[in-house]
Design a protein around this ligand. Structure first.
Ligand SMILES: C[S@@+](CC[C@H](N)C(=O)[O-])C[C@H]1O[C@@H](n2cnc3c(N)ncnc32)[C@H](O)[C@@H]1O
Length: 228
């Protein structure tokens, strides 16, 4: 669908040239002023991180769920982690996973700026699917848990499959970033493995009959809950 078509269908689109940058610079309130410095570094390094508007949605999803345990798949530069931490109102344990130690080090270098100890943070260097499996094998309790998925898109169907088949007994909120995949999934001629993987996530979630919410912010956040 072209943007002209979508304008006709939905009226004024929010996706106007330059509007998202303006929202990020003028409207989104960063929880820590130094977050802009880290965003700038990611931009210079051409490293993909959570957009500021998506960060504020992620923070809302965390604060409204009040998790006691958080697992993040894809630490990257720590932008999503810092938004998550900013949303904690009580003590939580957090595990964040990345297979690349140099990204974990970048994130760790910004951590002292937070100056709070209302969380217990563990960095795990490893494969997301393995650490997700460890989490899903852990005993089911009454604790509220939150899972943020921002790893390789080609892993998304396997990640979702595990969550749907093994996570349903938990009090778990799940959020996946990049579910619009830069709009690529709307064009059937895009058939890269990552395009196919993100489309598969959509068909799996729709087949599951779970109720879900798409936040069409940044590159798209998909959220659903299991709450026993
Ligand atoms: C999009 S970046 C994450 C950005 C991060 N959430 C942020 O806002 O700064 C994806 C990260 O996931 C890591 N990653 C991708 N696939 C992975 C996998 N299968 N296991 C572990 N880490 C993975 C990459 O090394 C990269 O740092």
């Amino acid at each position: 669908m072209t943007s002209k078509d979508s304008n006709r269908k939905y009226g004024n689109s929010i996706y106007k040239e330059g509007l998202e940058d303006w929202i990020h610079s003028e409207l989104v309130q960063r929880p820590f002023p130094w977050l802009k410095e880290l965003e700038e570094k990611a931009l210079q390094d051409r490293f993909p991180v959570l957009s500021p508007a998506s960060g504020s949605v992620l923070a809302f999803l965390v604060s409204s769920w009040k998790p006691e345990y958080i697992l993040e798949l894809g630490t990257g530069y720590g932008i999503s982690l810092f938004w998550t931490i900013s949303a904690l109102s009580s003590f939580a344990k957090i595990t964040t996973v990345d297979r690349e130690p140099q990204f974990i080090e970048i994130t760790k270098s910004f951590l002292p700026k937070i100056g709070s100890n209302s969380f217990d943070l563990e960095f795990r260097e490893g494969e997301c699917l393995d650490i997700l499996q460890e989490f899903l094998n852990s005993p089911v309790t009454q604790s509220r848990e939150f899972l943020f998925v921002d790893c390789d898109k080609i892993r998304y169907p396997e990640v979702l499959e595990k969550i749907l088949s093994q996570g349903r007994d938990r009090k778990l909120r799940v959020a996946f970033d990049n579910v619009l995949w830069h709009g690529r999934i709307a064009d059937p001629s895009n058939q890269a493995p990552s395009d196919q993987a993100v489309r598969k996530v959509w068909s799996m979630i729709q087949d599951s009959k779970l109720s879900y919410t798409l936040f069409p912010v940044g590159d798209g956040i998909l959220c659903f809950d299991f709450s026993q």
